[in-house]
Design a protein. Sequence first.
Length: 236
Amino acid sequence: MWETFISMCKSTPLFGVLLSVGSFYLGQFLFKKSHGFFLFAPLFVAMISGIIFLVTTGISFEEYNKGGQVISFFLDPATVCFAIPLYKRRDVLKKYWVQILGGLTLGSIASILGIYAVAKFFHLSDTVIASMLPQAATTAIAMPAAESVGGNGAITSLACILNAVIIYALGKPLVKMFKLTDPVAKGIGLGTAGHSLGVSTAQDMGEVEASMASIALVVVGIIVVIILPILSAFLF
């Protein structure tokens, strides 16, 4: 019976789709039941539970990815949708464009160079380094950006998700620790470092913080896509 079930899973691309969606909904359920406990962030739970299922059943990543590619296909349209909050809050963007573009550009460059330096110190391979460099961008943007410079999208996805989970857990304490009172600074910091979970944290702080976090998430993605190939040409 069990062997028949495993054989069916291996033979149909639908399995990869169902596992991905089911794992994510499991994460949403646990996240709600735990009242937002950071370790039950849906993306994190989906990743861990999916890996556990594949290892337990002996199903290879290649067999899973027959359907997983269907989910990945929608990353490109999802990336385009990030322009919506940018358009809706264009008034805020016009008002603070110097702070936003200046701060996020310098921050993105510092992030890429800092990650490169630390990774080199630990003698990581060029593939792993290239995979980690764009993690300042949200997952949907960072994965293709990493692959364009020789990275592995799966490693990039893991790095981005861990980033988001850490900021979701520590975002508010860090804001208090550094005594940030400017809503623009708080929103930009959370949106840049925590991606969608950072935006969620910013929403608890106020409307300006939420708007700036949404804008930062999009703008950082655009900046990373532009500067990553340029910096990579000098780094590798």
